[in-house]
Structures are given as structure tokens and as C-alpha cells.
Design a protein around this ligand. Structure first.
Ligand code: HEM
Length: 366
């Protein structure tokens, strides 16, 4: 689509558009807040709201008058197109430290991202007071947006880390592929199943947080040169799906449902395959499902001449412990760990939606 509504009970960029038809370009940018007190933080939130409301709708930038710098970079020309832009703003646990007096209002499950066995954490790529997820139809729109935001929020926040993402269209059909060549996103929850798994609606959470969601970002390098030397058989057993079609190993079409009950020993779909560990499809694990909305990244070349590319894993859920951490814990020693290297990311809380033209991000919190 050309544009997505900015106002609503929930922020855009999660279910609108959803993982299956998400925009092809993205950026994840984490910021440190440099605003000095709660009033300045509220001003920052109001500015972010105004910019998001304008940029996601598009239009002609307001002229600042003679002698002032131009109102816009003109990267997108004199009239800014909406270009399918969504901005999704979330907050990290560090925003709730002493600086702003918000400690008692922290979402109940929000902590710094845990370090898991097999992680290679790089502090330069981790955490942040705020996270902006930008998605749009073209990469120049993403660049324009981050530049506009940085310009308007100078002095109140600064970039901590930023990574650009892209996704692939269906090839030849169905769900897009990740950089290991496998269709990625097939078994995502949809419809009301998805809504019921992601939007926070727990009386144990602070009232302001209802309608938000926990967002996990994991920057996961893929050792693609190494992967490309693995036999197709072994690759497919690691995921539990066919590479060409995306079908589970006991099926023929991408959206066939794997039947684990008929294969208790894992002779068709291995017990330690990624899909079987991630979602064993038993009644007791149904509420551990999460919504994935990931992108590919490419950061060029490392010192050894190897490609520095991989996966910006992103998922949304009601409860980061019940969902992401439970699933991630089951995946700790999956065979895939030899081919991937998580090095960054963070845990964030997506603020509830901006309701109307008078509302702003985090109004009920601040
Ligand atoms: C499924 C790839 C990391 C959770 C899948 C599928 C692929 C895949 C190809 C099968 C198709 C699909 O249903 O989407 C990857 C790669 C990863 C990665 C390449 C890392 C580089 C993770 C992580 C988690 C996760 C960190 C969560 C902790 C899931 C879940 C499913 C899934 C829940 C669906 C299983 C089902 O319902 O059948 N992944 N994944 N994945 N993955 Fe991952």
C-alpha cells in the first residue's frame, strides 16, 4: 500500500502491514535519550509524534522562512511521498532508571536483553533507551526519515546503533526467503490468534502499557560461506523444512501442517530441528507462540574477507519471558547454532498507539 494509518489503538508496523506483506525496506535504530528530565522527555515524545504523523502521511514540508535552513533535505524531492512508511517506537528498560522518575511505571516484564549461551555480544550493537523501527517501500524513504528525525530531535536523543534491512519477494511464490535460502515466516500466527498473542492486556501491567507489545530484536550474523558448503539434506534437517518449497519434511506444500504426533521419534522431522524445537505444537506450548517480522541485513565485509550479512530477527509478544525466552531457551543448542552468531539487539516495549491528533507517544506514561 502507499500509506498506512498513523492513529489507532496499536502502533502500525506490526500487524499493519503484517509480516507476510511487510514493506521491503527497513531500519532499526536505537537511541540514547539525552533529555535531562521528564519534561524534556515529554517534549521529545511530542516531537517524535509530530514527525511520525507528518512523514507517514507525506506532504509538503513547511517553509521556515527567509534566512532559515531549508525545511527538508529534499532526498525525496520537494513533496514527501508516504511510500508505505511506518514508524514503530518502543522503549528500553534503561528509560525507567532514575533519570526520569519512571521506575514504578516500568512494564512488568521489561529487562535488559539476556545474553544466551552461544551469543557473541558486542556492546556497540546492544540495548538503547528508545528503538525506532522504520519500514517503507524504498530505502531512500528510510534514509530520509531517519535524517529528518535526527534533525528534529537534536539535543534530546542521539543514535546508539542502526542497521538497515531488506526483504525478498516471494521466489517463486509463497513467503520470502532469508539469507540461508529458506522461506521465513511461514508458520507465523495470523488474524485474532496473532492479536491475542501480541497485545498486552494483563492487569499486572501498568495501566498506561495496555495495548503495547514486547519487542525483541536480535542481530544474528549468518556464516553464509560456511552454510553454502553444507549438503541440502543436512540444511533441511536443521530447519525441518524443504528448502525449495518451504514444506515441512512430512508434507508437500509450504503451508502443510507438520504432524509431530505421527513421528514421535523424529525420524522424518528431527526432534532437534529448528521448527520442532521452536514450536512443538502441543496444547501447553500454544501460548508461547510469537509473531516474527524479520529482515535481512548486509554490513559489507569483515577483516577476513567474509560477508557480514545475516538476519535482523524481530518478534512481538505479550510476555517476553513466556514467549521469546521460552522458545529461545529450547533453541540454545539446536544444530543451526554452528552457522549463526547473535551479536546485538535488545528488549523493548512498543508504546500503545497514538489515538488521535491530540494524543502523543507515551502521553499516559509521562
Ligand atoms: C521458524 C529461520 C531464529 C523462532 C523458522 C523457519 C525458518 C527460520 C526458515 C521456518 C519457516 C517459518 O515458519 O518461518 C530462522 C533463522 C534464524 C532464526 C535463519 C536465525 C538466524 C529464530 C529465533 C527464534 C525463532 C531466535 C525465537 C527465539 C521461530 C519460530 C518458528 C520459526 C517460533 C515457527 C515454528 C513453527 O511454528 O512451526 N525460523 N530462525 N527463530 N522460528 Fe526461526
Amino acid at each position: 500500500a502507499d500509506s498506512y494509518p498513523f492513529h489507532g489503538a496499536h502502533q502500525a508496523g506490526i500487524l499493519t502491514p503484517g509480516p507476510a506483506d511487510k514493506q521491503s525496506a527497513a531500519c532499526y535504530a536505537a537511541f540514547d535519550v539525552t533529555a535531562k528530565n521528564k519534561a524534556e522527555l515529554a517534549d521529545l515524545m511530542k516531537t517524535l509524534t509530530t514527525r511520525a504523523r507528518f512523514l507517514t502521511a507525506g506532504g509538503t514540508p513547511e517553509n521556515l522562512g527567509i534566512g532559515q535552513p531549508p525545511p527538508d533535505s529534499d532526498v525525496l524531492g520537494p513533496v514527501i511521498p508516504a511510500d508505505g512508511l511506518t514508524m514503530t517506537l518502543s522503549v528500553g528498560s534503561s528509560l525507567f532508571d532514575d533519570r526520569f522518575g519512571l521506575a514504578t511505571l516500568k512494564p512488568a516484564k521489561l529487562t535488559p536483553m539476556r545474553i544466551f549461551p552461544n551469543d557473541s555480544p558486542d556492546p556497540a550493537w546492544m540495548h538503547g533507551d528508545l528503538l525506532l523501527q522504520l519500514c517503507a517501500n524504498h530505502p531512500d524513504t528510510i534514509h530520509h526519515t531517519i535524517r529528518d528525525i535526527a534533525k528534529h530531535t537534536r539535543g534530546a536523543m542521539q543514535l546508539r546503533w542502526k542497521i538497515d534491512g531488506y526483504n525478498s519477494p516471494p521466489r517463486p511464490s509463497g513467503t520470502g526467503r532469508n539469507l540461508l535460502g529458506f522461506k521465513d515466516g511461514t508458520a507465523n500466527p495470523t488474524g485474532t490468534t496473532a492479536s491475542d498473542l501480541i497485545w498486552v492486556d494483563d492487569p499486572a501491567e501498568p495501566a498506561w502499557a495496555r495495548g503495547g507489545s514486547y519487542q525483541v530484536v536480535r542481530l544474528i550474523r549468518m556464516l553464509v560461506e560456511f552454510w553454502d558448503r553444507v549438503s541440502i539434506n543436512e540444511q533441511e534437517n536443521m530447519f525441518g523444512r524443504r528448502r525449495d518449497s518451504g514444506a515441512p519434511l512430512d508434507g508437500t506444500n509450504e503451508f502443510d501442517t507438520p504432524n509431530y504426533a505421527a513421528d514421535p521419534k523424529g525420524s522424518v522431522i528431527p526432534l532437534d530441528s529448528h521448527i520442532r524445537l521452536a514450536n512443538p505444537r502441543t496444547p501447553t506450548t500454544a501460548n508461547q507462540r510469537l509473531l516474527r517480522r524479520s529482515y535481512n541485513y548486509d554490513l559489507g565485509v569483515d577483516q577476513n574477507g567474509d560477508l557480514q550479512a545475516g538476519h535482523i530477527f524481530t518478534c512481538f509478544q505479550q510476555d517476553v519471558q513466556r514467549q521469546f525466552e521460552t522458545v529461545q531457551t529450547r533453541l540454545i543448542n539446536e544444530p543451526l547454532v554452528d552457522y549463526v552468531q547473535p551479536f546485538g539487539g535488545g528488549y523493548f516495549y512498543v508504546l500503545p498507539g497514538v489515538a488521535d491528533t491530540r494524543d502523543w507517544y507515551g502521553r499516559a506514561l509521562l
